[in-house]
Design a protein around this ligand. Structure first.
Ligand SMILES: CCCCCCCCCCCCC/C=C/[C@@H](O)[C@H](CO)NC(=O)CCCCCCCCCCCCCCC
Ligand SMILES: Nc1ncnc2c1ncn2[C@@H]1O[C@H](COP(=O)(O)OP(=O)(O)OP(=O)(O)O)[C@@H](O)[C@H]1O
Ligand SMILES: [Ca+2]
Length: 575
């Protein structure tokens, strides 16, 4: 074996073939040597992608040794599968068993590889806090963690503290209140809702510790130290898909193990001077708000409820009046229509760091609070009209249903969001817009669609819209209650069933008595859904899959506020 400061080299055997193994710089490689000493194919693994090195011949699943000698060692590493989902690449665990010429050489290899791994991968996590939602998606969270994730963590020497949640918001509250010292990251096993809990917990906790008020829309929020990891196990895993390129628990686990880091923009949503929620994916009014409100009534359908509700809401062909104001981002840097794609190592995102944190002191990891001033500078633009939908997205929001996403050229970490406004149009026009989300056609190349890259947005309603809408709605409810009662008299067995959406209106009977609760539900569009015939004046906001309790909101992008264990999308399908 040859060892010098720059390289380690020796002969090894894999099966009955001879190889030359070489550890040099950032790579470990092995090259087949044929009987005539000619070099054949080489396999090369970056040390940063080595998962573990074990003595003997070790199996992946059981991690048990099998009939080995003291000449063997096993290398585990990231293996890219040739074809992922046509969008991002899936990763799996690669394993190669090496046989060395002597025990001394074997021990040297193990020591050298482990030492290089430590020095070359300083950002790998050692201890993780894991939250599993046992009820997310197909209710497979616990099984996914124990069968696919935990064995890989063990192999990589990562210890974890696991919390199986018993209620919604438990993970968020844990992060807000409990001692987090010793953890290098927080992981959720679940869907976008679970991720959102971690996001709110992490941002809230960081501001609490830094003494920053989350409610002040002009304040610069303190970026979070701990990385967030997502093991996809929900019915919608949009954040995972858009940051990794695929929804695959093993791929995500491997990104966590090697300590990948992907900064992410976050949008804070305020009502007057109060924080309402944070969003990383979509804040949407009109169509997407109505789809979510409608889908809440059909939870039993599982993930299909979005398609069903999407279809029903589409049939209603609604549009809503609104006043949208936005603060444009610097159009010299990038644009939502520049046909580029934010991929792993994105230049626009990495160059944004200096702009977003001009006074970052890397020696103390402290961020100065001057970002707010420059980030809120500029002239606001006002647009008034009737819209099918108004959506704001900090990232592409690609998902299996729409592989290029709501805004295919949006960036994960450039400190901006894309504002998409779809004006009132005919049903065919809107269908064309929606359909283009599912193929490579440009959904912004339509006369009734406008898209802008922005730093902040304000939305307001025409004066009196809420009151007028409620009055109209109240009258309609009265009519519904009346017809229900009439139907009941005709056929007491079938209590007010049957209408164009085929869903029941029994709940309307309780409106008058329920007072404030009723108006809350009405206000959120839960009670009636899209089947009512009267045009509504106001819709609701969908914020990453949650309905917001306010209509007149303001949103602001906080560049690179959190970091995920991910690296962006590794291949491109857009060229
Ligand atoms: C003709 C085919 C048209 C297909 C249109 C596909 C458009 C897909 C756009 C995807 C947008 C994803 C935005 C991400 C949102 C997530 O942060 C959030 C949390 O998980 N999810 C939702 O709010 C859940 C709400 C997701 C809303 C999905 C809307 C589905 C619409 C289906 C419309 C069918 C119309 C058919 C008319 C004949
Ligand atoms: N033990 C629990 N019981 C009930 N709800 C929970 C529990 N743990 C987490 N939750 C909540 O469940 C919601 C949905 O979970 P998650 O996002 O993991 O799955 P999902 O299937 O993608 O979600 P959705 O059903 O909204 O599509 C989250 O908002 C979370 O707050
Ligand atoms: Ca962005």
């Amino acid at each position: 074996m040859e060892i010098d400061s720059a390289r380690v080299e020796s002969s090894v055997w894999i099966g009955n073939k001879r190889y030359r193994a070489l550890l040099s710089g950032w790579y470990f490689s092995w090259t087949e040597i044929d009987k005539r000493n000619r070099e054949k194919k080489t396999i090369s693994v970056p040390v940063s992608e080595v998962i573990g090195v074990k003595e003997g011949r070790v199996e992946i699943q059981t991690q048990k040794k099998v009939e080995d000698t003291d000449l063997d060692f096993t290398l585990f590493y990231v293996k890219r599968n040739s074809r992922g989902n046509g969008h991002g690449l899936s990763w799996s665990l690669g394993r190669t068993q090496f046989c060395c010429p002597s025990r001394g050489v074997r021990d040297q290899w193990i020591t050298q590889l482990r030492t290089t791994l430590k020095t070359h991968s300083p950002s790998r996590p050692h201890r993780l806090l894991v939250f599993i939602n046992p009820f997310g998606g197909k209710k497979m969270g616990k099984q996914i963690f124990h069968s696919l994730v935990a064995p890989l963590f063990e192999l990589a020497g990562i210890s974890s503290h696991v919390v199986v949640t018993e209620r919604a918001n438990q993970a968020r509250d844990y992060i807000l209140k409990k001692d987090l010292t010793g953890f290098d990251g927080v992981i959720c096993v679940g869907g976008d809702g679970m991720f959102s809990e971690l996001l709110h917990g992490m941002i809230g906790r960081t501001q609490q510790d830094a003494g920053v008020s989350e409610h002040d829309p002009t304040v610069m929020l303190q970026p979070c130290d701990l990385h967030i990891g997502i093991i996809p196990a929900g019915s919608t895993d949009c954040v995972c898909f858009a940051t990794v390129g695929i929804n695959d628990p093993v791929t995500s686990t491997l990104h966590i193990i090697i300590g990948d880091s992907q900064p992410l923009d976050v949008c804070s949503v305020h009502y007057q001077n109060t924080l309402v929620r944070y969003s990383v994916s979509m804040v949407g009014y009109g169509f997407y708000g109505d789809v979510l409100a409608e889908s809440e009534r059909h939870r039993w359908m599982g993930p299909l409820r979005y398609d069903y509700s999407g279809f029903m809401v589409y049939l209603c062909n609604r549009s809503y009046p609104g006043i949208v104001q936005y603060l444009p981002a610097d159009s010299h840097i990038s644009s939502p229509r520049d046909k580029t794609r934010c991929l792993s190592g994105c230049r626009v995102c990495s160059e944004s760091k200096e702009r977003l944190f001009p006074h970052f002191d890397s020696s103390s990891s402290l961020y100065s609070t001057s970002q707010c001033n420059s980030e809120l500078e500029g002239e606001w633009v006002t647009i008034e009209g009737r819209f099918k939908c108004v959506s704001l997205t900090c990232m592409s929001s690609s998902c299996p249903r729409s592989p290029n996403g709501l805004s295919p050229s949006a960036h994960l970490a450039d400190g901006t969001a894309d504002l998409i406004m779809v004006r009132e149009t005919n049903p065919l026009g809107f269908l064309t817009f929606l359909h283009r989300h599912t193929n490579k056609q440009d959904q912004f190349d339509l006369p009734f669609v406008e898209v802008h890259r922005v730093k902040a947005v304000r939305f307001s309603l025409p004066p009196g819209a809420i009151e007028e809408d409620e009055e109209e709605y109240e009258e309609e409810a009265d009519r519904e209650i009346q017809t229900s009662a009439e139907r009941e008299l005709e056929d007491p067995e079938k209590l007010c069933s049957g209408n164009i959406a085929g869903h029941s209106h029994q709940h309307l009977a309780g409106w008058k008595e329920k007072g404030s609760e009723t108006s809350r539900l009405k206000g959120q569009g839960f009670v009636c859904g899209p089947c009512c015939t009267k045009p509504r004046l106001v819709s609701v906001w969908n914020c990453d899959g949650e309905i917001l309790p306010h209509r007149e909101i303001s949103c602001r992008v906080h560049g690179q506020l959190v970091r995920l264990f991910a690296r962006g999308i590794e291949n491109s399908t857009m060229q």
